[in-house]
Design a protein around this ligand. Structure first.
Ligand SMILES: [Zn+2]
Length: 503
């Protein structure tokens, strides 16, 4: 599905969301070749323009998901009471054994949900075991391209397995389990880096605004030379880099013990942090880490739902914004936070900022949350001219039905987008001036076929991965006692006592 169809589109009589006005502004939006050309009252229709009647509809800029995982689509709803470390231990069971078709299918599930719920672009960190492949990443890119969504796709990689990354965990396992998890070792780092290099060299999707990036998954799962190799590759190809940094306290404690400094200080010492770098989660970062990220022009991806679901704690949004870091908002993958609803991600981000203390001066405002989920995320994705409804910006537009219950009454647009809207009022979604969702229906994918394929894949993968499920059942008690033991160690960083983050 090609984006940016040539020609004019004129959206008439919309209520245009504007953070500066309490209840939006009535007006028209003229689009030319997928880009907003003019916004105003009673705009003249150029000859041949496609006219869209938007009376009774609120329009807002497409939401942008700063952090998700396409491989999570087929794995939604699999776990409960899982920490991040248990999720990683469950990986071979819930995301293993995928065929090329499955890789496309799992991505289609996530992309379809995002678009139907008002999201028009996503940063997707996609995992293939044991190393990324050209065919695999093409399948993922094809899923986004056919649905008509913009994306940054980063092969998610490491050179140490989870059991090598957590000191003492492998040794804590009984012999037979240790032998089994040793089969999960990853290929040599240089081979993985060469595989990403081939993917970047042969990338054919950029004209559809589906661009590649590099994602060394978690610093403690990567040797320094591997992290630097990823960074070199990203810089040589002019693409972005994304990593989970300080997501769980286990990561922060192991990082401090291994590097003698915070994860962010360590990555900066390797020269990895710049304006093309995004750190996801950032729950266990101190003020100096935020300052450093701000100084380098880097971004943070805030995934409040996932942070709560996996028991990781609360990201300090107010503090990060006050210290000048760019923050985007993400859902994280469906394998750990289930749905791909950016409205819910905004609501959670707001709630989590407010639950951290009784002083409202420490909270984030709805305008800041909405800005993070649009402009902030766009910056993290390196998407120029996205995230705003303004001349020169991409015509990625969500049309919300003001007759829907979420808008009765309509008191304060941005507040209701963040705190009330749950995607049930989304009527149409336009990407690059082209409707991808119309009257609540996804135009670019056969949903009944998607459901049939997903059910069949579930049954097949459930059988195929039965031995990994059995392994997880045996690993679970060890991981779920060992890792919280590590996390119980006192951890102080940058004179900020991080235990205060957990309220
Ligand atoms: Zn993630």
């Amino acid at each position: 599905m090609a984006k940016n169809y040539p020609g004019y589109v004129l959206i008439r009589d919309a209520l245009i969301s504007d953070a500066g006005s309490r209840r939006g502004v009535k007006g028209d939006i003229l689009i030319k070749d997928g880009v907003i050309k003019e916004i105003g009252a009673n705009l003249a229709a150029p000859e041949g323009a496609n006219i869209v009647d938007a009376s009774g509809l609120l329009v807002h800029a497409g939401l942008i998901n700063a952090h998700t995982h396409g491989h999570g689509g087929l794995a939604r709803g699999q776990g409960d009471k899982w920490t991040l470390e248990l999720l990683l231990a469950a990986g071979p069971w819930i995301t293993g054994g995928r065929s090329l078709q499955d890789k496309k299918l799992t991505t289609q599930i996530g992309a379809a949900e995002m678009v139907l719920k008002g999201c028009t672009a996503a940063y997707d960190l996609y995992y293939e075991f044991p190393a990324p492949s050209i065919d695999g990443m093409d399948a993922v890119a094809e899923a986004y391209a056919e649905i008509g969504m913009r994306a940054v796709l980063a092969p998610m990689v490491a050179d140490h397995s989870f059991y090598e990354a957590i000191p003492g965990l492998r040794d804590a396992l009984p012999d037979d389990l240790r032998q089994k998890v040793d089969t999960l070792r990853l290929g040599p780092g240089d081979r993985t880096i060469a595989a990403i290099g081939s993917i970047l060299d042969r990338w054919t999707w950029s004209s559809q605004d589906i661009r590649p990036a590099v994602a060394p998954t978690i610093p403690i799962h990567c040797s320094d030379s591997f992290m630097c190799g990823c960074s070199r590759l990203a810089r040589d190809h002019g693409v972005a880099m994304h990593s989970h940094v300080g997501e769980s306290k286990v990561q922060a404690v192991v990082g401090m013990e291994r590097y003698g400094k915070s994860l962010i200080s360590h990555l900066d010492g390797l020269g990895l942090i710049d304006e093309n770098f995004t750190a996801a989660h950032a729950v266990w970062l101190g003020d100096d880490d935020f300052r450093l990220m701000a100084d380098r022009g880097a971004s943070l991806a805030h995934n409040a739902g996932s942070n709560m679901r996996l028991g990781n704690g609360h990201f300090r949004l107010r503090r990060a914004l006050d210290l000048g870091v760019n923050v985007g908002i993400g859902t994280d993958g469906a394998n750990c936070s289930d749905n791909q609803n950016m409205y819910e991600a905004m609501r959670y981000a707001s709630m989590v900022s407010k639950v951290q203390g009784p002083d409202p001066r420490g909270w984030a405002a709805v305008e800041e949350i909405y800005h993070a989920a649009t402009v902030g995320s766009a910056q993290a994705l390196g998407l120029s001219n996205a995230g705003l409804l303004a001349p020169g910006y991409k015509a990625d537009i969500v049309f919300v039905d003001l007759g829907a219950i979420n808008w009765i009454p309509h008191n304060w647009t941005v507040n209701q987008l963040v705190h009330v809207e749950d995607a049930t009022s989304v009527r149409h979604v336009m990407i690059g001036g082209t409707f991808v969702v119309r009257d609540g229906r996804l135009l670019t994918l056969d949903m009944a076929k998607l459901a049939r394929e997903a059910e069949a894949a579930r049954d097949r993968l459930e059988n195929l991965n039965a031995e990994w499920r059995d392994l997880f059942v045996r690993l679970e008690p060890v991981v779920s006692s060992f890792c919280p033991g590590l996390a119980a160690r006192p951890y102080q960083i940058n004179r900020y006592l991080c235990d205060e983050i957990l309220v």
